[in-house]
Design a protein around this ligand. Structure first.
Ligand code: NAI
Length: 245
């Protein structure tokens, strides 16, 4: 098992879903985990990722308590399933604040505490690689890719790695709120023919935070059962297969 012994890692959005599973897996791998969330949950320190004041307070606390930190998982995120003709500027900005400005503030406030060898993982989405219909969410996750690339370039000389993972449809409270038709269509478009679980995300996050990933930076790794690999060719292939003997 990959060891994170001696590393201090901050996880955002850790009250539930992927963030909670990541915090648990990182702790199991030996890390000292600082789990944070805007909502209250046992073992979670309160942090609203959109609040510069919250990030400054966390950074000051970590500096006093640990001196250094070695990892940040920018996992907190919100979706908003309005289409292009429905979305309001306010909702667009609200989603952007959590999904893009949140990770930006996290990197700005915590990177100064990171020694060489540290690692940042940004949680993107299959929506960051496609024209997924919830436009505020999709645009925010594409923007997060840009932030990740810039952070990789800027922080690399300090020995800090920045990578992005792109989950497909993972069973959490976020996707539980999706329409059944969304889930069914997603499964049809996924070569592995099913949705994913939080436990299929965590091993990659643990790996990217570990020294085993010491030369991996700027990477974007889908964890999506093949969903984003085919660019629409799966429905084509499926349709032809039905017609051919
Ligand atoms: P979730 O909705 O179950 O959990 C998200 C967590 O983020 C919640 O605990 C929530 O309180 C927290 N959060 C929301 N706003 C926050 C804020 N301002 N400050 C701090 N915490 C905040 O969602 P899930 O599925 O666990 O998603 C985790 C990440 O994975 C998100 O970035 C999401 O966009 C991304 N993702 C999820 C997919 C899925 O299928 N579940 C697919 C692709 C990406």
């Amino acid at each position: 098992m990959t060891s994170l012994t001696g590393k201090v890692v901050v996880v955002t959005g850790a009250a539930r879903g992927q963030g909670a599973a990541e915090a648990e897996a990182l702790a199991e791998a030996g890390a000292t985990v600082v789990a944070t969330d805007v909502t209250h949950a046992p073992g979670c320190r309160r942090l609203d990722v959109t609040s510069e004041t919250d990030w400054a307070a966390l950074a000051a606390e970590l500096r006093t308590r640990h001196g250094h930190i070695h990892g940040l998982v920018n996992n907190a995120g919100v979706t908003w399933r309005a289409r292009l003709d429905e979305v309001t500027a306010d909702d667009f900005a609200r989603v952007h604040a959590v999904n893009v400005t949140g990770p930006l503030l996290g990197i700005q406030h915590l990177a100064p505490l990171m020694p060489p060898g540290s690692s940042i993982v940004n949680v993107g989405s299959a929506a960051a690689l496609t024209g997924h219909y919830p436009v505020a969410y999709t645009a925010s996750k594409w923007a997060l890719r840009g932030l990740s690339k810039t952070a990789c370039t800027e922080l690399g000389p300090r020995g800090i790695r920045v990578n992005t993972i792109h989950p497909g449809f993972i069973e959490t409270e976020m996707t539980a709120s999706a329409a059944p038709a969304f889930r069914e269509a997603q499964i049809r478009e996924t070569p592995l023919g099913r949705t994913g679980t939080v436990d299929e995300i965590t091993p990659l996050v643990v790996f990217l935070l570990s020294d085993a990933a010491s030369f991996i930076s700027g990477a974007e790794i889908p964890v999506d059962g093949g969903h984003t690999a085919h660019g629409g060719a799966k429905s084509l292939s499926d349709a032809l297969q039905r017609q051919q003997p």
